[in-house]
Design a binder for this molecule. Sequence first.
Ligand code: NAX
Ligand code: ADP
Ligand code: K
Length: 521
Amino acid sequence: MRLYTCDAIRRIEDLLVDKYGFDFFQLMDYAGNAVAEKVLARFPGIKSVAVLCGGGNNGGDGLVAARYLFLKDIAVKVIAASRFERSSLQTMKNKTILEKMGGTLLTSEEIGDTELLRLLDESDVIIDALLGIGATSSPRGEYLRLIRAVNQSQTPVVSIDLPSGLDGSTGEIMGEAVKADITVTFWGPKVGLYVMPGKEHAGEVLIANEEFVSDRLFPDLGEIIKKDLHLVSVPEIKHLLPPVTLSYHKGKRGSVLIFAGSKKYKGAAALVALGALRAGAGRVILVVPEGCLVPGVTPETIVFEVPSRDGTLAADSYIRAMDEFGDIVSSIVIGPGVGRTNGVRDLVSYIWEQSQVPTCMDADALYFLPEIGEGALQRRHDVIITPHEGEAARLMRSKASCVSAKRLEFAKSIAEKWGTVLLKGAGTIVDDGNRTSVIKDAHPCLSVPGSGDVLSGMIGAFLARGLGCYEAGLCAACLHARAGVSLGAIRGNDGILAGEIANRIPIEIKSVSELEREPLL
Ligand SMILES: NC(=O)C1=CN([C@@H]2O[C@H](COP(=O)(O)OP(=O)(O)OC[C@H]3O[C@@H](n4cnc5c(N)ncnc54)[C@H](O)[C@@H]3O)[C@@H](O)[C@H]2O)[C@@H](O)CC1
Ligand SMILES: Nc1ncnc2c1ncn2[C@@H]1O[C@H](COP(=O)(O)OP(=O)(O)O)[C@@H](O)[C@H]1O
Ligand SMILES: [K+]
């Protein structure tokens, strides 16, 4: 699904006016009306609503929503952060209409903090119409005070277009932002509503008036939006999954060579292998240091023990494994539980510089990449690296908090330097340097130990089945997230085991293959 930046949305709105003759008053009416409808549908029986309005057009949308709710006999209080002195004509007009109809308009400056909180707490719903796509800097003055009050209140919050204070094009928070339960946005999905931390601030996203932005009305839509930015959920990966036919055999499924585990961390290796098998790999070969018995490894896994160096793998592990299995290996996974010894550093460095096999690098393997990067680093087009935010920060010599704040930007920089990247966490990002996808589904039950090991095994399986790094990352992240949503719906947020995520994957693949629609990315 296409994702829209704020610039693209502005161009679409301008075209609706210039090409089709809408005026901005009409567009504001569509927007505010849609918000009122969604609020009434979501919160039936409400009696009172506080509408917090800024002085821009987002505030204008709030005034329209207030009017439609007022007409339904709901007690509406507009609390304005601005005196509307420099507002657009359409916002002014909507203010005048509401006033003439007898609506209550208060100016926040005249309301003390205690009274403000009381007003918000006494309302059944708060509508946040302070800032939309027009905000370009950290909220200040009354806007900031109102945002803080909204976040302090227990009343459900519906944000109009964007949670105020959120950058709609990046998902970054400009200082502080409203934490909404629901965001009603217009025309199409805006990037910032799906990328963390914006995703968390947006709550549930409802898109209004999407039908306006069709290829029929906008044949040149592809020119307007960034074609290389996508929101990906299961329908989008259907056409990527390799078809399985009656003539299939395990050779066609490809073979994954896994370098995982060490004396200290044994279980990781079993989970990578399970992830690969559950995602449909043909043969899964697990290379482990001698004596590091892998608990729980499934009998379907081929275990290949190599001499241990300080309880870990070493550079010669690759040569030994390829001597034995090189003629069948179609992908490599390296990292989970391998440890951080010199032997592992040599192995990672050797694979980065010498191997020609499509590879997924995860966990401890990522620890050594910056060191390799000090030398003559060659970006690998056939490697996908899968850092969480801490690992991403180390790769870019930054802090995890900086990565969390600017996920899209960091993913792009990593992809340009190293190769395709899958930046983990809710709203997982896959970036190959040219294309960026944000995974729509997410569930906190996935935040358990070994969950990432399963994911890297799944990527290995999709690479082995012939997918490119970007496509393998998309399929694995999407199915992994789906498994989380399915398990979470039954079992809640806590106590899911990583192996259970893996075991859920075949069902998720089946449900994707049964989907009827097959939209292109
Ligand atoms: N352009 C259009 O045709 C339509 C726009 N719509 C709405 O209009 C919004 C965009 O409207 P605008 O461009 O007027 O922008 P906004 O309303 O998002 O923000 C601009 C207003 O906020 C104030 N402001 C900006 N940054 C601030 C900061 N950091 N601290 C405090 N105050 C700040 C400005 O002084 C101005 O009053 C959209 O998000 C959407 O809700 C809808 O009405 C649909 C039609
Ligand atoms: N809150 C969350 N919401 C959605 N997905 C999450 C969340 N937390 C973690 N995940 C996913 O779970 C996996 C965790 O991987 P990782 O941090 O490497 O864990 P481990 O090293 O224990 O395997 C990643 O795929 C990540 O995207
Ligand atoms: K808003």
